[in-house]
Ligand binder design. Structure first.
Ligand code: FES
Ligand code: MG
Length: 595
């Protein structure tokens, strides 16, 4: 690094307060004697070297990120080569598939824990190891709150999953497909399990454009990770190389005093929205990006997602919206090739800074797609308008529909039955949480047919603490056997980013806080108008008022009791999904490293 870029002197390093503080000699003594007890030298601690934290998200409990246990050895090599001293510490584990009741409950818990570590320990900068879905937003939210120099290192996706040599098997997506086959009786339990494991052939996180790949791509689009690093498959040699480069770079970022709030700006968040659409990214991304923005002091709303993202075309031909997987996406040019197309089309703020000290436009210049089927040119997309629609009406103030996954048979069956091609009506079958759904979906008395809309409520941040990924409900087995493989679903919960289900999700306010979904009854008719952005229950106001009175006299919508202390604490302060499901009181803290 040239001396011109250096804005910090060794004396100004934050870690000096702990490791070289003549005004508080007791503090210095207590800190250095204990870190020397495992072999660090006085020279490493007290001679003005940047102390770099490594937030370790991998563990035996978190297989998607476990690869980081090895990868951080190269990060440490890089940190030492650049003159820093690495300090690795654990992030609260978050494993998407396994954590009960939901991994989303841990995003805010990991955020809180990381804020306290970054604020309270002698760290001048931090490498944030990310991968599985919520690890990335938890880290970025904390980076925004604390605002010490920070850089994201994704662990990378798994290699492609295969069945034989021709059939790609994508993480999560295969589960949603196979459970229909299981329900229809085409395959048995053992084959279901065997085929599902085909999707996970190596270390790494989900190899589809689920929430993990989306959020790591968002980190790169925001400028918070090295260019081209998000989607390098976990086992590739380039993954270890970029780990080393991430280590060297964070040391320079400390000397340059380049901080997260210099990078996570409104323009960067707008870029993330546009890139998410072009990737066919997860419907969890608006929740997480809105949360990161709120912690950075930026008001980003689901209206912004529709305004900036809806008309963006789908460029990444990756499951669940496309047919390829992330290994091929990386080989075709990865995130830089998508950014390059979007910058050429004038859709991104190219002049925003990134962690390597260059602008987004500088980083992506000449990074063209290497395979125009896998990463499409802007004027030859897979889908013309691939972003989210933000629906409103008497059912909710905001709910998102991911348009990139609306399949043509679904469009034919539903969108053409009403008076125009962008609207549909149907009677509803209402379920209160996923257990109720599983217990009753095949109940003939619900009279579910090909024109029914399935409703899932009680699945929001308060109704199901953390908000459940359960809105993508499959039709009754009898309908699947007739070839009806999907019905429209609406809910106040989320759905997996690996699902291609055409659902209306993340409804806010949720039923548990009195949102309109709480008033629905099985058999009601609702109308969805995608062009107008409306979703309404077709029941007159007098009837709605009567139902609201009855709900209130029952004490409101009933949801399960808290099972753990954290569930109670989070329920007491969590905001709705459209506001990022952040902890309300936490969003006022900013730049706390300086305090
Ligand atoms: Fe961890 Fe998908 S389950 S990345
Ligand atoms: Mg998920």
């Amino acid at each position: 690094m040239s001396a011109d870029n250096r804005r910090m002197t060794p004396e100004q390093l934050r870690s000096r307060w702990w490791f070289d503080n003549p005004e508080h000699p007791g503090t210095t003594a207590l800190c250095i004697e204990r870190y020397m007890n495992y072999g660090l030298t006085l020279e490493e601690l007290k001679s003005g070297k940047p102390i770099i934290g490594i937030a370790q998200s991998g563990s035996d409990l978190t297989p998607c990120n476990r690869h980081h246990i090895d990868l951080v050895k190269r990060v440490k090599d890089g940190i030492r080569a650049a003159g820093g001293v690495p300090f690795e510490f654990p992030l609260h584990p978050i494993h998407e598939n396994v954590r009960r009741p939901t991994a989303a409950l841990d995003r805010n818990l990991a955020y809180l824990g990381l804020v306290e570590v970054l604020h309270g320990y002698p760290l001048d900068g931090v490498v944030l190891t990310t991968g599985c879905d919520k690890t990335t937003p938890a880290c970025l939210m904390a980076a925004a709150t604390v605002n010490i120099p920070a850089i994201v290192l994704s662990g990378g996706p798994m290699l492609n999953g295969w069945r034989g040599t021709q059939e790609r098997v994508g993480s999560g997506t295969i589960i949603w497909e196979l459970r229909k086959r299981l329900a229809a009786g085409d395959i048995g339990y053992e084959e279901f399990l065997s085929r599902a494991t085909d999707s996970a052939p190596s270390v790494g996180h989900c190899n589809t454009m689920g929430t993990a790949s989306t959020m790591n791509s968002m980190a790169e689009a925001l400028g918070m990770s090295l260019p081209g690093s998000a989607m390098i498959p976990a086992p590739y040699k380039e993954r270890s190389m970029v780990a080393y480069q991430t280590g060297t770079r964070i040391v320079d970022m400390v000397w340059e005093d380049l901080r997260p709030l210099d990078i996570i700006t409104r323009e960067a968040c707008e870029n993330a929205i546009v890139v998410c659409s072009a990737l066919g990214g997860s419907s969890n991304a608006p929740v997480h990006i809105n949360a990161i923005a709120r912690h950075a002091g930026i008001e980003l709303t689901n209206d912004d997602w529709q305004r900036l993202g809806h008309e963006i075309p789908l460029l990444a031909n990756v499951m669940p919206a496309g047919i390829y997987l992330s290994e091929e996406f990386h080989r075709a040019g990865g995130v830089p090739a998508v950014l390059s197309e979007l910058i050429k089309a004038g859709r991104l703020h190219g002049d925003v800074p990134t962690v390597n000290g260059k602008t987004l436009a500088e980083n992506t210049a000449g990074r063209e797609t290497l395979d125009e089927d896998i990463i499409r040119r802007y004027d030859n997309p897979l889908v013309g308008e691939a972003g989210f629609i933000n629906l409103k009406g008497n059912l909710f103030d905001s709910a998102l529909m991911k348009t990139s996954v609306i399949a043509s048979d679904f469009r034919k069956r539903f969108l053409s039955q009403a008076d125009d091609l962008d609207a549909f009506e149907g009677k509803v079958a209402v379920f209160d949480g996923s257990e109720d759904y599983h217990a009753r979906i095949d109940d003939p008395s619900l009279e579910i047919d090909a024109n029914t809309i399935l409703i899932m409520r009680g699945a929001g941040p308060i109704g199901h603490p953390g908000s459940a990924e359960v809105v993508n409900m499959q039709p009754p087995e009898a309908l699947i056997r007739q070839g009806i493989e999907s019905l429209p679903c609406i809910g106040d919960g989320r759905q997996s980013g690996t699902s291609g289900s055409p659902s209306i999700l993340n409804a806010a306010p949720e039923a548990a806080v009195g949102g309109g979904l709480a008033l629905l009854e099985t058999g009601d008719r609702i109308r969805i108008d995608l062009k107008r952005g409306e979703a309404n229950l077709l029941v007159d106001d007098a009837e709605l008022a009567k139902r609201r009175d009855a709900l209130e006299s029952r004490g409101g919508y009933i949801y399960p009791v808290d099972q753990t202390p954290w569930q109670e604490i989070q329920r007491g302060m969590v905001e709705q999904l459209d506001r990022g499901m952040t902890l309300g009181p936490a969003t006022k803290y900013r730049d706390v490293a300086r305090q």
